[in-house]
Each structure stands twice: as structure tokens, then as C-alpha cells.
Design a protein around this ligand. Sequence first.
Ligand SMILES: [Fe+2]
Ligand SMILES: [Fe+2]
Length: 191
Amino acid sequence: MNSIDNLRDDHESVVVFSAILEKIFNELSASKPISVSDLRWLFEFFRDFVIKNHFQKEERILYRHLPSLGLPGNQVDMLKEEHEVLRNQAKLLRGLVEDLAEGRSYAAMDLLDTGNAYLDLINCHLQKEEAILFPLVEECLSREMDDRISDRLTMLDEETIGTSRQLELLEVLNCLMNFYGIEVGSPEPDT
Ligand SMILES: [Fe+2]
Ligand SMILES: [Fe+2]
């Protein structure tokens, strides 16, 4: 597996996460009953799988190589800023899920407003990485460097949340994907 395959696999799971969350938001928007515990779990997934692991792999390893591959520094900074916005939005959304559980009147509306902006940013961020960053890395990275980065990404998988936690998260995500009837063969965020 080359370095980009590791990150592409993560993205495929994030696409599933986003599709489930979007479905729950649509139900909430239609005033249908939703599962607060599923929402809680989804933000736990985002915290562990995405913030603690995927973002770390990009920020601590991949992004560092981008300026030497020709991507201007300000574009790398923009990608990091998007991570920061997503971290903050996820934190806010976790709080709103608890507000919703406690029956606060503003919670559903705020959850939908912030939640939809958060989903848009996730989608935009993934597309940017897949359209610009990943092809650049695949084209410009030497085989040796790719192997080295790939090893470091695998090590970081273990150092951050660990393989067993990762598998556990992916297993539950898969169950929720089936439960909510999400069909994602390949990353197709707009369908
Ligand atoms: Fe990213
Ligand atoms: Fe990414």
C-alpha cells in the first residue's frame, strides 16, 4: 500500500460517516425521530478516527512534504486551517447533541445550521485533497520516499488510536451504514 492509499481508505470511511450524518440531519429537519446515541457515536468516530488519527497523519507527515513538491505554503496553511475549523465545529456539535438530548428548544435548529456547514466543509476539504494534493504526491514522490512515508503513516495509526480501536470504529460505522441504508461503493459525495 502506498502512502496515499492509506489516506484514501480513511477518506472512504469519512464519506460513509458524512452520508449517515446527512441522513440523520434530514430526518431531524423533517421533524422525524432520530437516535441521539447514534449522533453521539458519530462524533466519537470523528474525534478518534478523523481528528486524532487522520488529521495527525496529514499534518504531522504528509503536509510537511507538500512545499518541497511544489504546493505553495499558503495552500498548505489553508488545509490546516480547515482542519482547525472542523475540530471547532465538531466540538460545538457535540455540545449541541447534548443540548438536544436535554430537550433545549434551540438545539435542533443550531445543530442543523452548524451541522450542514460542517458537512459542506468536510466534502469540500476531501475533494480538494483528492483532486489536488493526492495526485501531486503520487506524481512527484519518489518510490523510496513513498515507502518511507507509508511506513510512518502505519506507525502513526498505531501511535494515535491503535489498530484495534480503528477496527472497532470501522465495524460500528459499517453497521450504521447498513442500518441507515447508505450505499457508498466508491467515494461519490454528490450522489
Ligand atoms: Fe485533511
Ligand atoms: Fe484527508
